[in-house]
Write a protein that binds this ligand. Structure first.
Ligand code: MG
Length: 160
C-alpha cells in the first residue's frame, strides 16, 4: 500500500447578496461568499488538498476562474471531478480533515450534514470525513467578517 498526503487552503470574501455555501451545504446567513463559482471555500480547500497529494496542480489549473463553464458552478461538481481524476490515477481517498475559519454564523448545527455530503462525494464513510469550524476570536479578516478561510488535509491510498 502506498500513501500520499495533501493540504489545501482557500479564502473568499464575504459580501451581501450572495448565498453562503460551505462543504456543499447552503447555510442561512445575511452574507455569502463572492467568487466565480458558488465560492464554497471549504470544498475548494479540499480539492486543492486532493490535487496536491498527487502533485496535480491546483483548482485554478483545472477549473480556471475566467472560464464561463465554471461561472456560479456548484463546487460539489468540481469535487466530483477531482475525485474522478485521482481515481483515474489509481488512488482513493483514505480520510480528509477540513477546518473552516469563520466568525459568524455558528456552523456547529451544520457539521453533520457537511460531513455526510462530502463523504457521499468522496466515496468514504462519514467516519473518514472530519469537518471542524472555529472563530478567530474577532482577529484578522475572518474575525472582522470580511471573509471566510478554510484549510484541508487528506490522505490518499493506492494498492498498486
Ligand atoms: Mg476558491
Amino acid at each position: 500500500m502506498q500513501f500520499r498526503i495533501g493540504q489545501g487552503y482557500d479564502v473568499h470574501r464575504l459580501v451581501e447578496g450572495r448565498e453562503l455555501w460551505l462543504c456543499g451545504v447552503k447555510i442561512p446567513h445575511s452574507l455569502g461568499l463572492l467568487g466565480h463559482s458558488d465560492a464554497d471555500v471549504a470544498i475548494h480547500a479540499l480539492c486543492d488538498a486532493l490535487l496536491g497529494a498527487l502533485a496535480l496542480g491546483d483548482i485554478g489549473t483545472h477549473f480556471p476562474d475566467n472560464d464561463p463553464e465554471f461561472k456560479d458552478i456548484d463546487s460539489k461538481i468540481l469535487l466530483v471531478r477531482v475525485v474522478e481524476l485521482i481515481g483515474r490515477h489509481g488512488w482513493e481517498v483514505g480520510n480528509v480533515d477540513v477546518t473552516i475559519m469563520a466568525q459568524r454564523p455558528k456552523l456547529a448545527p451544520h457539521i453533520a450534514t457537511m460531513r455526510q455530503r462530502l463523504a457521499g462525494i468522496l466515496g468514504v464513510g462519514v467516519d473518514c470525513v472530519s469537518v471542524k469550524a472555529t472563530t478567530t476570536e474577532h482577529l484578522g479578516f475572518e474575525g472582522r467578517e470580511e471573509g471566510i478561510s478554510a484549510t484541508a488535509v487528506c490522505l490518499l491510498g493506492s494498492s498498486r
